[in-house]
Design a protein around this ligand. Structure first.
Ligand code: SAH
Length: 525
């Protein structure tokens, strides 16, 4: 078979996206996405994964929610073949595993028939992984040593139906039924008629492995009614068997304190990822609402002056008060055609470990990192330096944010330093905050809110029209007492004050708090 217009031979990857949590795709799946030129995706595949595709990739929504087919299967097959024959790298991103009721087999056949090379990248099927995230193991020693995954799509009363419910009813221990929410009554009835006791434990897991996950449990005889009352909707997994009885013990929220919690992150987008990763690793759902955006605001005259004194090696100290200040300063230097060598004559002071790490990331080592990270502590630490490093009588450069507190420059001047302030950026609320996250906060959907600086508190209040009451029932976690005080001034009841100012320290304090609260409430039960 010949290649595309430019003679290239195309290739298609049938990629399983896993059961809902974007973290549950395989490494091979992500790598295929990162190289894709065309992505055809299902509604069931987590849409966050589309961010992995190159910016210029063509993204095609093929629909595929029950009853809503944006494209028919024939059209999907044809599109895959067409892009493949045109010499493109095509990813077909499908929910769960591509070969479990995903019609992936048909797509592979179409590609094979047309002579388009194809690689299947298996995924975690919702039938097993989604169930697990719902708190139900598909097998369990002593309870279930076999399972079947069945489509519930067919009308169980039709005589020519391909699924033989009466035979399946007692043939395997765990029955996992996909696409069955619309036919719960009929399926339960057919299983009971087939000899499965009506008191067999059963469960439904809706939107498994997503922030919207919901679980309903009841006996097989009552599950349809209970699901109706709970308003369970597709997509959901219907499971019948003794393992469903383990849900009360193995529900994720009982296994780990942060599991399933919606955790608000208010720091800047670039700073959010480390915290988000730590939270995700424990099963939480990070909600990113950056209350601060860093906007470059450089005073060119001050900058020229700073560069001049740096060039003459006249600064004894350059004091960085935040990671943002480090990045802004070095970016500005690079833009001017300078680089880190300009700092060769100065000693570098970093306030806090995060600032020291930011310096390190730019190839610079902090000469001093004061233990006490507020303005007063820094002045004190600098004043107690030996003679050749003393600030008294020396010139000090202070790159910082517009509107930053005056404690530090004033304190340094009081001990006899000449301080050049260099305004580089403005930390302001975002012009266009993400609407989804904002709505979630307003509707009281946040379980935990994290604040890593006072400005994240004040700016969030600003974004919410001055009113932080939607966070009334949320657990409030702050880094350090200064931030906690700001939160309290805004009417919040602070539950967690992390003494260790790193993101790991914040998460550790939070999980300890939630864990002890959980243990207490279980003892009370
Ligand atoms: N290939 C997919 C299944 C496709 S059939 C897989 O391996 O998981 C679609 C059905 O899968 C839905 O009707 C629902 O029953 C189930 N399903 C898929 N993702 C789900 C999720 N996150 N939560 C609950 N059920 C899900």
């Amino acid at each position: 078979m010949s290649g595309g217009q430019d003679g290239r031979l195309g290739h298609a990857w049938l990629v399983g996206a896993g059961p809902g949590d974007p973290g549950l795709i395989t490494v091979a799946g992500v790598e295929a996405l990162r190289r894709a030129e065309v992505v055809l995706y299902d509604r069931l595949a987590p849409h966050e994964l589309l961010d992995e595709a190159p910016r210029e990739a063509m993204l095609i929504d093929v629909g595929k929610a029950a009853g809503d087919h944006t494209m028919t299967q024939e059209e999907i097959n044809a599109a895959l073949v067409e892009h493949g024959l045109a010499g493109r790298r095509v990813v077909r991103l499908k929910g769960g595993d591509p070969y479990v009721f995903g019609r992936g087999g048909e797509e592979a056949v179409a590609l094979a028939t047309a002579g388009v090379p194809c690689t299947v990248v298996p995924g975690i099927t919702s039938a097993i992984g989604g169930l697990a995230r719902g708190g139900i193991p598909v097998t369990h020693r002593g309870l279930a040593s076999s399972f079947a995954v069945i489509t519930g799509h067919e009308d169980p009363t039709k005589p020519e139906a391909a699924v033989h419910w009466e035979r399946l009813a007692t043939a395997v221990d765990t029955l996992v039924i996909l696409m069955g929410v619309g036919r719960l009554d009929g399926i339960a009835q057919a299983l009971i008629e087939g000899g499965r006791p009506a008191e067999t434990p059963a469960a439904l897991v809706q939107d498994a492995a997503t922030p919207g996950q919901r679980v309903a449990t009841a006996s097989l005889g009552r599950i349809a009614e209970v699901a109706r009352e709970a308003g369970i909707r597709a997509p959901a997994l219907f499971v019948v068997g003794d393992v469903a009885g383990l849900q009360s013990i193995l529900a994720p929220a009982r296994l780990a304190p942060l599991a399933g919690k919606q955790v608000l992150i208010t720091r800047t987008r670039t700073q959010a990822s480390a915290l988000a990763d730590l939270l995700r690793a424990e099963g939480a759902h990070p909600v990113l609402l950056p209350a601060i955006e860093v906007e470059r605001r450089v005073d060119d005259r001050d900058l020229a002056k700073a560069v001049h004194h740096l060039d003459l090696r006249e600064y004894r100290w350059v004091v960085f008060t935040s990671a943002n200040a480090v990045d802004a300063f070095l970016d500005v230097l690079l833009d001017r055609g300078e680089d880190v060598r300009l700092l060769g004559g100065a000693n570098l002071c970093a306030i806090g470990d995060a600032t020291a790490r930011a310096l390190r990331a730019r190839g610079l080592r902090a000469d001093m990192v004061p233990a006490d990270a507020d303005g007063e502590g820094v002045v004190d630490a600098l004043r107690r330096q030996p003679h050749d490093l003393a600030v008294t009588g020396a010139r000090v450069l202070l790159p910082r944010a517009e509107g930053a507190r005056d404690v530090l420059p004033q304190g340094l001047r009081e001990v006899g330093a000449t301080v050049d302030e260099l305004t580089l950026y403005l930390a302001a609320p975002p012009a266009e905050p993400p609407a989804g996250a904002l709505d979630l906060v307003r509707s009281g959907g946040i379980d935990v809110a994290t604040f890593t600086s006072s400005s994240t508190v004040t700016n969030l209040a600003g974004l919410l029209g001055g009113d932080l009451s939607p966070l009334r029932d949320a657990v409030i976690a702050c880094i350090g007492p200064v931030v906690a005080k700001t939160a309290e001034e805004h009417g919040l009841r602070v539950d967690v004050v992390a003494e260790d100012r790193s993101m790991a320290g914040l998460v550790e304090a939070l999980r300890r708090y939630l864990h002890s609260r959980q243990t207490t409430s279980e003892e009370a039960r």
